[in-house]
Structure formats: C-alpha cells, structure tokens
Design a protein around this ligand. Structure first.
Ligand code: 5GP
Ligand code: ZN
Length: 106
C-alpha cells in the first residue's frame, strides 16, 4: 500500500535487513528498541490492524513465525505484543507483532 512505511520496508525500499522471513512475513529490528532485543513480525499483505484481519490461518502462521524468528535470534524468553488502535499505542497501521526480550522498557 502506498504511503505505508512497513509496505515500503517489505518492498526493500530502505534496504532493511530481515532477521527472518518466510512466505507470510518479514521480521526486522525495531528502529526504536524498547528492549535489549526488539523485533517486529510484519505480514507481507497490508492489513491495518488485528481488527481488520479475518484470515485465521494466517494469524496462526504469524504466531508460528514469531516462534521461528525468536528461535533464529537465539531467544528463549520473550514477550509478544500487538497494539491495536491509536488509544492502545498503535503508531504504524500495518499489522505487526512485537517480540521483546531481555530488559524490557515498556
Ligand atoms: P506500534 O506502536 O504501531 O505498535 O509499533 C510501531 C513500531 O514500529 C514502533 O516500535 C517503532 O519504533 C517502529 N518503527 C516505526 N517506523 C519504523 C521504521 O521505519 N523502521 C523500523 N525498523 N521500525 C519502525
Ligand atoms: Zn502496509
């Protein structure tokens, strides 16, 4: 989607390094980390938020992607967060799952 920062990242416009990727999603480091390790799991399709996602199977695969990316990053313990809606702190309106590990500053 035009004007979506995460779509541009997925498209490779900024040369962002993906720490993990598969058919459904890319995973990259958060630019403003709130933990020692802070990754974002971002589906390749543009969906504004969890409220707009109706594909149950994709949601399942995204959670499996969290697990796979955490494993690849060597994380045994981590927190997953999905902010849905402005009042909940969502700033980028392309669905993403935060993976936070180590000291978490939230
Ligand atoms: P939200 O608040 O929407 O749940 O999370 C958005 C996250 O995306 C924030 O933690 C923010 O630091 C991160 N972010 C915003 N723009 C960029 C960017 O251009 N590159 C990367 N790597 N992270 C970004
Ligand atoms: Zn997008």
């Amino acid at each position: 989607m035009e004007d979506c920062i995460f779509c541009k990242i997925i498209n490779g416009d900024f040369g962002t390094e993906f720490v993990y990727e598969n058919e459904d999603a890319v995973v990259f480091k958060d630019i403003n980390p709130k933990a020692d390790t802070h990754l974002l799991v971002v589906p390749r399709i543009h969906v504004e938020s969890l409220n707009e996602l109706n594909d149950e199977a994709l949601l399942g695969r995204l959670m499996m992607t969290v697990k796979e990316a955490a494993k690849k990053a060597g994380l045994k313990s981590y927190r997953t967060v999905i902010n849905t809606g402005k009042e909940a702190g969502q700033e980028v309106f392309h669905l993403h799952i935060h993976i936070l590990s180590g000291r978490i500053k939230l």
